[in-house]
Design a protein. Structure first.
Length: 175
């Protein structure tokens, strides 16, 4: 039975990956996570949370420590969605302008400041997530920690693959 749990988790993640891939490949080409609607982004966050909860199979005492973790996960997802929307708005603004004017009027200092602000926001979100996880993680047994590690590896691998696919897609469209 214990061997089936990681396999079930892996299957759940792998089944969910095509859904994410399909969400990224909307009609009209050039689609990405920025094009997800708010409800689709929320559904994706809900699915990620469900995967983590399924992997952990928490005890009732551990469940009491879960709400701050879920809140931090949701806050990080909301921050990411806001950054993506801001980036998409900026790209659209630049696309609507004359290419020569955009190049002439670009300000690398402003770019660096925007980048620093985005990194600072991400840093604060990750710090909040780590702080929320710490009390719960300390109560996990070795099996729960192992399952959480497997879930993290699979999620990061899937994210890496998606980034590579997007880079290849962008390279193909530039050629």
């Amino acid at each position: 039975m214990l061997r089936l749990r990681p396999a079930a988790l892996a299957a759940l993640i792998l089944v969910g990956s095509p859904c994410l891939a399909n969400a990224q490949n909307a009609p009209g080409g050039g689609a990405s996570l920025e094009r997800l609607t708010g409800s689709e982004f929320q559904a994706l966050t809900d699915a990620r949370i469900a995967i983590v909860k399924f992997a952990l199979q928490m005890t009732p005492d551990q469940e009491k420590l879960w709400p701050p973790v879920e809140e931090a996960i949701r806050a990080r997802a909301a921050g990411r969605q806001a950054r993506l929307a801001e980036r998409e708005a900026r790209v659209n603004e630049l696309r609507n302008g004359n290419a020569i004017e955009v190049l002439r009027d670009r300000n690398p200092v402003d770019f660096l400041r925007r980048r620093a602000d985005a990194l600072a926001q991400r840093s604060a979100e990750v710090r909040r997530l780590a702080d929320a996880w710490e009390p719960l993680y300390q109560t996990l047994n070795a099996d729960q920690k192992r399952r959480l590690g497997i879930a993290a590896i699979l999620v990061f691998r899937d994210m890496r693959d998606q980034v590579e696919d997007r880079l290849l897609e962008n390279t193909d469209t530039e050629d």
